[in-house]
Design a protein around this ligand. Structure first.
Ligand SMILES: [Cu+2]
Length: 175
């Protein structure tokens, strides 16, 4: 499945590129503006230092917060070999699961794919906590591995996908 993970990467590029372009433009303009003589409002060193500081803080905050995202990077069992699997098909506006009962305490591969527009997959545990999310680009899939406690789990679409979005709920049982 070469396509798994590619959707998330494309989405990240799609979402961050406009901000990156704006940031680089501001960076470029601030350096160019700072090139004028000091009498015209110089302070060039401070401007460059300020933009580097803001950029640095932005990068550090983003990198250090990755672990808190309930996704394949944070909430999932990385490097664990799954021994069971559930396939989640996302359509407008329903999820189609190939299983409704899973074994507990077992590394479970959750493979999701969207067959039309963009959808999100939010997996909620029996207490209603969000344990994992996946973002699905049209026609692309994602996967993650979770080890689940017994109980009733709910899957909700987390990306607005049209009229029936709010009704896009499915469930499966562990145990
Ligand atoms: Cu939706």
């Amino acid at each position: 499945m070469w396509w798994t993970g590619l959707g998330a990467l494309l989405l990240m590029i799609y979402l961050t590129t406009p901000f990156l372009v704006a940031f680089l433009l501001i960076f470029y303009l601030s350096i160019r503006r700072g090139g004028r003589p000091a009498a015209e409002g110089g302070g060039r060193a401070w401007e460059v230092l300020w933009i580097l500081l803001v950029g640095g803080v932005w990068v550090v905050i983003n990198l250090t917060s990755i672990g808190w995202i309930p996704s394949g990077l944070g909430g999932a069992d990385r490097g664990v070999e799954p021994t069971q699997r559930i396939t989640v098909e996302a359509h407008m506006w329903y999820f189609k699961l190939d299983a409704d009962r899973l074994a507990p305490y077992t590394p479970t591969e959750i493979v999701a794919k969207s067959y039309d527009t963009m959808h999100g997959v939010g997996i909620y545990d029996p207490e209603g906590r969000l344990v994992a999310t996946m973002m699905l680009m049209p026609g692309m899939g994602e996967r993650l591995v979770l080890t689940l406690q017994p109980g009733e789990y709910i899957i909700r679409c987390l990306e607005y996908c049209g009229d029936g979005h709010a009704a896009m709920v499915s469930r499966f049982t562990v145990g």
